[in-house]
Design a protein around this ligand. Sequence first.
Ligand code: ADP
Ligand code: ZN
Length: 742
Amino acid sequence: MPESKPPGTETFVSVLLPLAVEGAYSYLAGENLGALARDELARGDFVRVPLGTREYVGVVWDADAPRPDIAPAKLRSIKTHLDVPPLPSAQLDFLDVLARYNLAQAGMVLRMMLPVEEALYPAAPRKGVQLGSVSADNLPKGFRLTGARERVLAVAEGGLGWNKTVLASEAGVSAGVIDGLISAGMLEDIDLPVGTNVLAPDPAHHKVDLTSAQEIAAAKLRTAIGNGYSATLIDGVTGSGKTEVYFEAIATALEAGQQALVLLPEIALTAQFLNRFEKRFGVKPTEWHSDLTPATRRDIWRNVHRGEVRVVVGARSALFLPFDNLGLIIVDEEHDPAYKQVDRVSYHARDMAVLRGFLGKFPIVLASATPSIETQVNVDRGKYAIVHLPSRFGGQSFPDIRLIDLRENPPERGQWIAPPLVDAMTEVLAAGRQSLLFLNRRGYAPLTLCRKCGHRFVCPDCSSWLVAHRFRKQLQCHHCGLTIPEPRICPSCDHEDTLVACGPGVERIMEEVTQRFPDARTVILSSDLVGSAADMREKFEGIAKGAFDIIVGTQLIAKGHHFPNLNLVGVIDADLGLGHGDLRASERTFQLLHQVVGRAGRESEPGIGYLQTHMTEHPVMQALAAGDGDGFYAQEISARERTAMPPFGRLAGLLVTGRERYQVEDQARRLAATAPHQDGVRVLGPAEAPIGMVRGRHRFRLLVKAQLDFDLQNYLRRWFAVSGPMRGGVRLSVDIDPQSFL
Ligand code: ADP
Ligand code: ZN
């Protein structure tokens, strides 16, 4: 705490604002705060400050900052010191390091940490009810105690105050019953105490008997809790019990009074997860993702900040919640590309979770059946610990994988399912079991063209074909979302009915399925076809219960779900991800296909996976067919090492975009020309990006490749200081550890 200063001495305070700015602004701790409050201002405190003609909420970055270069007369004063606990210091350190590592503006990172400003003001009291003064002995005339009313009273007895809706649903009655009881005086309205509405998970609620391999793994994770920073990979095939095992680590963290965070790559995964969590801990964890209402976000933010929410399960943005007492982060499916965000603030949530654990001095658990090469190498280097779960719970083996060589066994003209796969599906259907066909492409067809004049439907704003969506009768650009009604006349040659769909999307596969198997019960799963989260949940539950025989889906279906009756997985185009030739094409393809096939044979009978490919000799196909994951990883790792690619070297992607192509190219060249020459780093490009235009902005790329021990961020900062800002509406965005090169 700073020492008391004599009156009249200025205290300079730097305050970080949630705006697109690099650093904190200087303020005076004004007289209006009072001498006491001024001295009490501390790093992390929330304050209101003026900027220009507006006022903003910001966070005290330095409560006793050095005198700034501005005349004190020009400095403005802090207006208010908000009456909320400060942003925890580990979270502030996280903000600082994250911004510097990713070359992001600290203010924009703060903005991610303050998604709802109302969370900082006192909560309005909530209305609720409690048992009233009228009891069964002194009922008003004509008022009868029906069964429904009795149930409500019985439930209400158990608590001090109840939210009406919760009480009604617990008692299984309508809201009207509650209102009736209030008019009769048997219940009365009250203000509920703030912040007591989060039920705490119970670590002892339902303990599971672990197998011996699981127990060994769990024991290792339990010891890590409360013992400072560590990172541990749970490496185990799908269905081996990784979730059960990390639940044990969560239980230990809860017993130690800590908060825990579970990151999942997709919200689509959370429904099943929430139920399993509830079974183990008695209550659902708190969910955090971008689809919540502002009021829910406000409440969660507040309750996490106060330490009342104990376990959060969320998308990557949950890392920015103001955990007060975080003691564990789990990153499930740690290899998943969805953990990478490329935006105003670009970051990789898995790597940032590890950073958060390091700064907060607590353990990180990564779980995957197909770890990222980065994580595997960190294990090999001894930076991460590893625990193995070698077999599926219940002893089922991983599905056999067979390759279908499309050169030898092509599907019939205009069809996409090759004969061997059709045969296998027929058998599975006859046996009363389920098949899943996987194609990672939404819509009906990726391209529509005119058979008369060759006209192709492309997006006017993106270098991209328009994808046909037959169910919606539209063509859509998957980059910018532009949609047009399905055309009947070629806009180029005016002929009618000459337009043909080229290539398959999931809708087209479904069309083929219904033609071939007219009696099968089918369902299609694709992010643009499932409506609400509830709709999606219903479909997944239907599949798990065996309400469908054939499932067609995109990667929405690939992850996490448990379908006991699924025996066969057919991959329509196993080569799809290998086309770009990007650094991680093989790795990603291996992970995705392994994961999709892993949906099969999780209970009772062993499953089978069929991969339709034109490249049976490709190392990925060979490794999958031989079940040789170890061999594949060894090969992939040595290839990265040979080429000094990540994680044996460092990369940064620079993307220059703008409306005028010549300007973008010009400034990208100018940028490249100003790159400082230095040992250990090379700047490649500029070159037009593989996707040359998105949303009307032309794109040029540079790639910075450096040795592992090279301070890439420092180099980039020095470079950009020399090159100066982009001009004329051209933008530069920086992506450290890029995952996409498109
Ligand atoms: P993973 O996360 O590795 O895919 P899960 O933890 O989801 O594996 O486990 C797969 C299935 O096996 C789940 O239905 C889970 O409840 C069950 N299971 C795993 N381990 C046990 C156990 N020790 N006792 C009972 N059920 C288990
Ligand atoms: Zn577009």
